[in-house]
Write a protein that binds this ligand. Structure first.
Ligand code: GDP
Length: 467
């Protein structure tokens, strides 16, 4: 397929969603104004109920396009080829012939934060290693989640080179000839190299834009894929758990982040809000096939959520690690340092067909990233209740206006075609918030009037590996 065709196909899907965010949210505002007018209220309810069916039907049709347009095999093969190419480059980078002379980038997994945050830290480091053509050395002794280190849980990231010894050492950035460079956490990185997310490599970008709805997510997912290759014991843990859970498709993965996050880094979202989107996913799925059971893999740092869900939604089949952890009396699963609980939850979220969660949580973003390894393009298989996708420490996220916009309220900003907008977030009501880099103004604009503008960076092209 041409790039134009793939972009248009995705634009129809995004546009349909945005249109419904807009109409449903405006109608709900009208409902509030019309409280005292039962006739109008009835009418609005009717429009909402019928309107959502229109939306579902349109989305269903647009999504089916990718199955019937004759390019489905191409997508599978291209995604496999691209992944093979990158995995080979990573393998070669990580396995230098002579470790004693190899240039290295050293990172410490023990960033003072949760599992998702630490894995993202390691991936950021891996990307910089790829950008500098250095072998990544990952230090993880005394890891808060597993004292003996990362390598007992996941395969070592190198078979030939794991020592940080070298003739010359320096802190970032060092010199090109410095053998061993220490990389700090991204928060204190200076100078910042051009390779940080959301940048994608220029040499792969044309293929990625055609293949994937969000190239940088694909890019990040490939580093996750290499980094998180399970050790046999971890593999067995996941297999056993799958058996115990009776994991089956179709299933929606729901992650509900509560405890310490709420009120500090994220707002509280009630279970009902997650379930609205779960229901919508199944209703749309039911347009193409009957769903005998509406399954939900439910993950949360608050184990009471699953009990609540079962009581409130008897028509759904909820299951999760919290469930078996309880029945098997594995009481420590949810203690602060439990590794198996979080690995299991991320795994089953990532192999679910669709994700409903808050992208403010790194747990959910990791599940979404890993999910990309299982489909040619899973960019669309989620609904975040808060943030759009981002990567901690990322550079600006730019979009380009393709339509003019005249602000109609105080909160809105003007757009001219070609304006670059640094996007802050989607309000899921038809509008997004961002900064127009031409005018310097920050405010809301209709989400459909801009398109993604992928950030390209010159990474090494690893030419000799190209065949
Ligand atoms: P964030 O704080 O949500 O952005 O993600 P982090 O991964 O950095 O830190 C949250 C930590 O809380 C995780 O690493 C887990 O230890 C724990 N946690 C959060 N959500 C879940 C969950 O759904 N299941 C389990 N088992 N642990 C969770």
């Amino acid at each position: 397929p041409s790039l134009e065709y793939e972009l248009l196909r995705r634009r129809i899907i995004d546009g349909t969603k945005e249109m419904w965010y807009f109409f449903s949210s405006e109608l709900k505002k009208l409902q509030k104004v019309a409280q005292s007018n039962p006739q109008v209220l009835t009418k609005i309810s009717h429009i909402l109920e019928t309107g959502i069916e229109h939306k579902r039907s349109l989305l269903h049709a647009a999504e089916q396009l990718s199955e019937v347009d004759g390019f489905a095999d191409w997508r599978i093969k291209e995604s496999q080829d691209l992944s093979d190419l990158l995995q080979k480059r990573l393998h070669d980078l990580q396995n230098p012939k002579d470790c004693s002379s190899a240039r290295k980038l050293v990172c410490n997994l023990n960033k003072g934060c949760g599992y998702g945050c630490q894995i993202h830290h390691a991936v950021y480091c891996f990307i910089v290693a790829y950008g500098t053509k250095r072998t990544m050395i990952l230090k993880s002794k005394g890891w808060r989640y597993h004292k003996a280190g990362f390598e007992e849980i996941f395969l070592p990231i190198s078979e030939t080179c794991t020592s940080s010894d070298g003739a010359t050492h320096s802190h970032w950035p060092g010199k090109p000839e410095t053998q061993v460079v220490d990389l700090p956490i991204v928060d204190s990185l200076s100078p910042r190299p051009p390779w940080l997310p959301l940048a994608v490599p220029r040499d792969l970008a044309p293929r990625l834009s055609r293949l994937h709805g969000d190239p940088v997510v694909w890019w990040v997912s490939q580093f996750m894929r290499y980094l998180l290759r399970p050790q046999s014991s971890t593999y067995k843990l996941l297999e056993d758990t799958s058996q115990k859970l009776g994991f089956q498709r179709p299933v929606v993965g729901v992650h509900i982040r509560r405890t310490d996050k709420v009120g500090t880094e994220a707002a509280f979202h009630p279970l009902e809000e997650y379930m609205t989107h779960v229901e919508e996913y199944f209703k749309q799925l039911e347009m193409s096939k009957p769903v005998e059971k509406r399954r939900v893999y439910l993950a949360s740092d608050d184990p009471s959520v699953i009990k609540d869900a079962k009581e409130k939604y008897p028509n759904y089949h909820f299951f999760g690690d919290a469930d078996i952890a309880k029945t098997a009396a594995v009481a420590t699963r949810y203690s602060d340092n439990s590794l198996s609980g979080i690995i299991i939850d991320i795994h089953f979220l990532s192999i679910s067909d669709y994700l409903v969660c808050t992208f403010s949580s790194q747990v959910c973003r990791i599940a979404y990233e890993i999910m990309q390894n299982l489909h040619p393009d899973a960019a669309d298989r989620y609904r975040s209740l808060d943030d759009i996708y981002y990567y901690g420490g990322q550079g600006s996220h730019n979009r380009e206006a393709i339509m003019e916009h005249k602000a109609t309220r105080q909160e809105e900003i003007d757009l001219q075609i070609g304006d670059i907008i640094g996007v802050a977030g989607n309000h899921w009501d038809g509008y997004s918030k961002g900064k127009n880099t031409r005018t310097g103004r920050v405010g809301l604009y209709p989400s459909f009037k801009v398109i993604e503008r992928p950030e390209l960076a010159d990474f090494p092209t690893y030419e000799k590996e190209k065949r």
